[in-house]
Design a protein around this ligand. Structure first.
Ligand code: SAM
Length: 260
């Protein structure tokens, strides 16, 4: 019977592929790959020479939704035909990635078996490279355009991570870079919660073993002029310590006293 496995390749070429993901790659009847760059796809093709790239479905001006529908259809057609399909995505296949989630949901809706195999995401790399523990003060993650299009309550005493900052404002997903005006809207929104001199970090994890991560620190006020790419993630560290809640501390103390 057909089977779909959406697996993560990790961020670092050849360095993050977990044994289970590799097993799916090696044993599948059909392999699809969607990586961030051509070198990573070539590397997957060194494991499976017959791996089919999903890149050709992307096209400038083509709505991203249509691209995604076509990718999912290509994968599911093989599963319906009874094949074991492995679809490999860079990073974690379920982190800020719609196609793997939708493909698995649709396969299951059709009664087909489908699983997701996690991978090392950009998030995992940024915690390591920037020395951030999301558990220390908390950490919020948003997709940059969605963050602007909805009224969100951000907590400037926790970390804030904004994904897809390099394409912020591209609501229809038609362009491959955002304009300075769009970036200024993001800066203006952040200025409602952070001072202009607050230091933010443009982060890009290394994807090749010889490369080093980009960790560019700059004041928030200069963000609109910064160089941002498809690979950039914005990290906004806490601006101040959280305000303690003495009433809750007193309630804790009372419970402790009662249990003595
Ligand atoms: N599934 C991927 C993962 O697990 O990291 C994320 C895919 S999401 C469609 C693309 C966004 O991921 C980018 O806009 C950026 O925010 C982030 N990203 C991708 N490559 C990155 C890298 N090398 N370093 C930092 N962030 C990256």
């Amino acid at each position: 019977p057909g089977h779909l496995a959406c697996v993560g390749l990790g961020m670092l070429l050849g360095g993050h592929l977990a044994p289970r993901a590799r097993a799916y790659l090696e044993q599948a009847d059909v392999v699809f790959v969607a990586a961030s760059d051509a070198v990573v796809e070539l590397w997957v093709q060194s494991i499976r020479a017959d791996a089919r790239s999903l890149q050709p479905y992307y096209a400038e001006g083509k709505p991203r939704r249509q691209t995604y529908r076509e990718m999912i259809e290509a994968m599911l057609a093989e599963v319906r035909a009874g094949r074991r399909v492995c679809a490999a995505f860079y990073g974690h296949p379920g982190v800020f990635a719609q196609v793997p989630h939708d493909a698995i949901a649709q396969a299951r809706a059709e009664g087909l078996a489908a699983v997701m195999e996690p991978g090392v995401s950009a998030e995992a790399c940024l915690y390591a490279d920037l020395g951030i523990d999301p558990g220390r003060w908390g950490c919020q993650h948003y997709e940059a355009t969605q963050f602007l299009l909805y009224q969100r309550r951000i907590d400037p005493t926790a970390h804030l991570v904004l994904w897809q900052v390099g394409v912020v404002g591209d609501a229809a997903c038609r362009r491959y870079a955002s304009t300075r005006a769009h970036r200024q809207l993001l800066v203006d929104r952040l200025l409602a919660d952070y001072p202009p001199e607050h230091e933010v970090v443009v982060y890009e994890a290394a994807t090749l073993p010889i490369a080093t991560p980009r960790m560019e620190r700059l004041p928030l006020s200069r963000l609109a002029g910064a160089e941002l790419s498809m690979q950039s993630t914005l990290v906004v560290p806490p601006a101040r310590p959280p305000v303690p809640d003495p009433a809750m501390r007193a309630l804790f103390a009372r419970l402790d006293a009662d249990s003595d």
